[in-house]
Design a protein around this ligand. Structure first.
Ligand code: 7TS
Length: 423
């Protein structure tokens, strides 16, 4: 019953099908047929998590129906089959990121765990008293707190490169903070609260000139952009399956092989060892050294199916579709009297954050929900971004492959309703 997830890099970028037919795509997502408060669901909370196509739901349930066994340890057929499917998904992720070696793909719980892994394993080895860790002012809490924990433990200093009023990184300020005291740079590829795309390739180039490694938090980029870790030349790249049409509970850390090999394990347990005695334990090879215990096998197989699904359409076609949604939403929503857009960077992906007059975003979200429209309201786990703009929260609409221009019109009507009721 194993489903092939083999997918080439070229296909991932350009797709297998010609023409992007959003109506056909929508049929593949059973949840889009749900009704919410008696209305058709308009799901615009994709930056929080995307919905899942049949291909992913089926891959996960087929694993439990036909394959379920533990991996890397059984001689029996099911275990071998499970191991093959698990490792095939690693190959799919390798193609998705254009990594040169499957050993550079570590399965973790999500972007959050990937960043914690690097902070704890690489960070604790290389960051000492008085050293610095450099991040930006637009990071998600997941790319702030792990570094704060590290800095607190080590007596190191967290430096934060500021952003301008459009929500763009001020690169001249970043450059000033990038000194030999910095032992690692950790920066988001795309901001979840603002949608800004960071010039990550440039950042890597500048950091490498000082021999400083760079971690890219790609949680909001992987669903929208063709990510090429070799072209970016980054040292670490983190993303979550659940934002790329895959299951929850699984994610990826890409790490340059030489770095992963030199790093100590993050967690101890089964599968990450080659031999154990009470005197001395020898660790397994990468990536297994970082995959202690029974992993989320179904999740990994589901992620492989999600990447194959993305490959069918091509990430460039998905990104282009979302870009037209964002452009349309920026024009239509931005033109509504009283609406203030938060995050107007020249380079953006996937996200429209806004406020309406001085109405609290939570109230806006509640009224939109009554209309069947799902958006996120709040600080989006990026409280420093809210502080930068001196606001408590925003309303955030965020887009995926299956969203339509009609759904943006529905959002615009919902906003008019909010203004009628609360304006
Ligand atoms: N980094 C960024 C930029 C994110 O947007 C998120 C999640 C994470 C890291 C953490 O990912 P996780 O899968 O490990 O939780 N962002 C959001 C969001 O914007 N709304 O809900 C989760």
């Amino acid at each position: 019953m194993s489903m092939s997830v083999a997918v080439s890099r070229r296909q991932l970028e350009t797709g297998r099908t010609s023409g992007f037919d959003v109506d056909k795509i929508r049929v593949e997502f059973p949840i889009l047929r749900e009704r919410v408060h008696g209305r058709p669901l308009v799901y615009l909370d994709n930056a929080a998590t995307s919905q899942k196509p049949d291909a992913v739901i089926d891959a996960t349930s087929n694993y439990y129906r036909h394959t379920n066994a533990n991996i890397h340890r059984g001689v029996h057929l099911l275990s071998q089959r499970a191991t093959e499917e698990y490792e095939a998904a690693r190959g799919a992720v390798q193609a998705f990121l254009n990594a040169s070696d499957p050993r550079e793909i570590v399965f973790v719980r999500g972007a959050t765990e990937a960043i914690n892994l690097v902070a704890q394993s690489y960070g604790r080895t290389h960051v000492g008293r008085g050293d610095e860790v450099l991040i930006t002012a637009m990071e998600h809490h997941s790319n702030i707190v792990p570094w704060q924990l590290l800095c607190e433990e080590k007596g190191a200093i967290l430096r934060v490169a500021p952003i301008n009023d459009a929500g763009e990184l001020i690169t001249s300020e970043f450059d000033k903070l990038l000194t030999p005291r910095v032992k690692i740079v950790a920066v988001s590829h795309v901001s979840n609260a603002l949608g800004s795309i960071n010039p990550v390739k440039e950042i890597v180039r500048k950091a490498h000139a000082l021999k400083i490694p760079v971690l890219i938090d790609g949680a909001q980029a992987a669903p929208h952009l063709a990510v090429d870790v070799r072209d970016l030349d980054c040292d670490f790249y983190a993303f979550s399956s659940h934002k790329v049409y895959g299951p929850t509970g699984i994610g990826v850390l890409y790490g340059r092989a030489a770095l992963l090999e030199a790093m100590p394990p993050y967690q101890g347990g089964g599968d990450m060892i080659s031999s154990v005695t009470f005197e001395k334990t020898l660790y397994n090879k990468i990536p297994h050294k970082f995959e202690a215990g029974t992993p989320d096998i179904a999740g990994v197989i589901g992620l492989g199916a999600a990447i194959a699904w993305v490959g069918n359409l091509g990430i460039r076609a998905i990104g282009a579709h979302e870009h037209s949604l964002l452009a349309y939403a920026t024009k239509v929503i931005g033109a509504i009297p009283g609406v203030r857009l938060i995050g107007t960077a020249r380079e953006k992906a996937g996200v429209l954050s806004f406020l309406i007059e001085d109405i609290h975003p939570h109230d806006i979200g509640t009224i939109l929900d009554q209309e069947g429209i799902a958006v996120r309201t709040g600080h989006h786990c990026a409280q420093p971004v809210m502080e930068r703009f001196n606001i408590p929260a925003t309303v955030r609409a965020s887009f995926a492959a299956y969203n339509t221009l009609e759904e943006i019109d529905a959002l615009a009507r919902g906003i008019e309703k909010v203004r009628e009721v609360l304006g």
